[in-house]
Design a protein around this ligand. Structure first.
Ligand SMILES: [Ca+2]
Length: 204
């Protein structure tokens, strides 16, 4: 009796999960979306050169930029998003007309502004005027209050340089469309499933 109950539960579970899955309740992989979470937020940096202050990366003007202290890698710049939020992408920009250069950097997160962890490990990113001197970096959805870009090299100048640091959140779960074939089956009366007439029982 108990085995039959367990078998029934298992079968019911399979049927229900297949049904809800087919209705589009599966959670799709997140994708970056929404407004730039970094716009106008508090920004700090390891240092800056001349007039190229840190706040230039959140003024939404690609022509104004931050430049770190020269000849002193590593250097960093970070945004406080105000509270911990889910993020899934950063977009890094340099002034659109600048000559191409490659900066080596990692993306870090922190809940308190003191203890940082790597969201994206260090890698070399090429900024090219032919693609707007803009680099997009996608990563798995991460909950963090601070987003820091840590620079260790720049082929164009002996300092970290950045004109905009944009941060985007993860999209809400999206529903899968219901396949046309399944829609038809859901709308069909049970009778339509009968492949052949019921057998006529012989009467003794
Ligand atoms: Ca700017």
């Amino acid at each position: 009796m108990r085995n039959r109950f367990v078998a029934w539960l298992l079968m019911a579970s399979i049927i229900f999960s297949a049904f809800f899955s087919s209705l589009g309740l599966n959670i799709e992989a997140s994708a970056a979306t929404g407004p730039n979470l970094a716009a106008g937020k508090s920004v700090t940096a390891s240092g800056y050169a001349d007039v190229y202050v840190a706040s230039n990366v959140v003024d939404q003007n690609q022509g104004t930029y931050w430049e770190s202290t020269n000849n002193a890698f590593p250097q960093w710049i970070q945004i406080s998003l105000g509270s911990s939020v889910n993020v899934a992408q950063v977009v890094l920009k340099l002034p659109a007309s600048w000559e191409t250069r490659t900066q080596t950097l990692s993306i870090q997160g922190s809940a308190n502004g003191t203890d940082f962890f790597n969201i994206v490990n260090s890698a070399a990113y090429t900024f090219n005027p032919s693609t707007g001197n803009s680099v997009s970096i996608d990563f798995p959805t991460t909950n963090t209050q601070y987003v820091r870009v840590l620079f260790t090299a720049n082929t164009g100048w002996p300092a970290a340089q950045l004109s905009e640091l944009e941060v985007y959140g993860a999209s809400a779960p999206t529903a899968k469309p219901i396949p046309a074939k399944l829609k038809l089956k859901i709308g069909m009366p049970c009778q339509a499933y009968r492949r052949s007439p019921p057998p006529i029982l012989a009467v003794a």
